[in-house]
Design a binder for this molecule. Sequence first.
Ligand SMILES: NC(=O)c1ccc[n+]([C@@H]2O[C@H](COP(=O)([O-])OP(=O)(O)OC[C@H]3O[C@@H](n4cnc5c(N)ncnc54)[C@H](OP(=O)(O)O)[C@@H]3O)[C@@H](O)[C@H]2O)c1
Length: 245
Amino acid sequence: MNLQGTTALVTGGGHRIGRALTLALAAAGCNIILHYNRSAEPARLTAAEAEALGARILLRQVDLSHLQDARPLFADLPPDFGPVQVLVNSAAIFPKDKLADLTLDGWSQTFRVNLRSPILLTQAFYLALPQELPGAVVNITDWRTERPYLTHFSYTVSKGALDAFTRTAAIQLAPRVRVNGIALGAILPPAGASEAYWQQVLATVPLQRGGGADVVGQTLLYLLGNDFITGEIIRLSGGAHLKQG
Ligand SMILES: NC(=O)c1ccc[n+]([C@@H]2O[C@H](COP(=O)([O-])OP(=O)(O)OC[C@H]3O[C@@H](n4cnc5c(N)ncnc54)[C@H](OP(=O)(O)O)[C@@H]3O)[C@@H](O)[C@H]2O)c1
């Protein structure tokens, strides 16, 4: 897909990995609906950076845990925005929980943000996409669905379901819409994580470093630019998935 002049929606696009995704799309010539929830100021700063790259930005605040109907996000766009042809589902939460102490509220919150909202957004995106235009969805997931965390039960299960959704949507929405995923590993330390924790994580990475958010932006552009890839989930793990023991 030639991204120049197309419109993209990025969830959680205001900071950290979402910011890198927004800026990669801006540099590739997209106009962007930049979604955020609580991070209004980082979203505004990212919007200004993207505008400096030539993009037009529409900021949209939505708490995805309450999302019932995603259609309004794709409707009534400003005249200089085309129909949304790219959807990037990056917003997620990473709560600490275990099966033994799981609560229904905690489980529901994780699933509403990490799984239900990408599904509702993808459905609304597909229904709003004009018949003659191609589209692409990229879901941001986690390679640890293959080797589950001991401490993030609802997150790991929600991302595993997001992987299954990615493949299922790819087959259901072909040929017009491609659906792919990027399974992240040690890209950025979780917000609030100690340096000691991060060093412990990096010790499990064969490439012996964190990826940094820009590699996620590069991979997003690769997936969007290659029109023969669908139903694929690319690991950005620095080789951590190969590690024995
Ligand atoms: N960091 C890593 O190395 C790593 C590793 C594996 C996978 N990932 C995945 O990569 C993606 C981005 O990671 P990150 O580390 O940049 O995430 P993060 O810093 O924890 O930020 C989470 C993002 O999700 C949004 N969000 C959370 N709850 C929301 C809600 N109820 N409604 C709407 N938006 C909500 C936040 O928006 P606001 O701040 O505006 O509220 C924020 O933009 C996630 O899907 C994550 O699972 C990251």
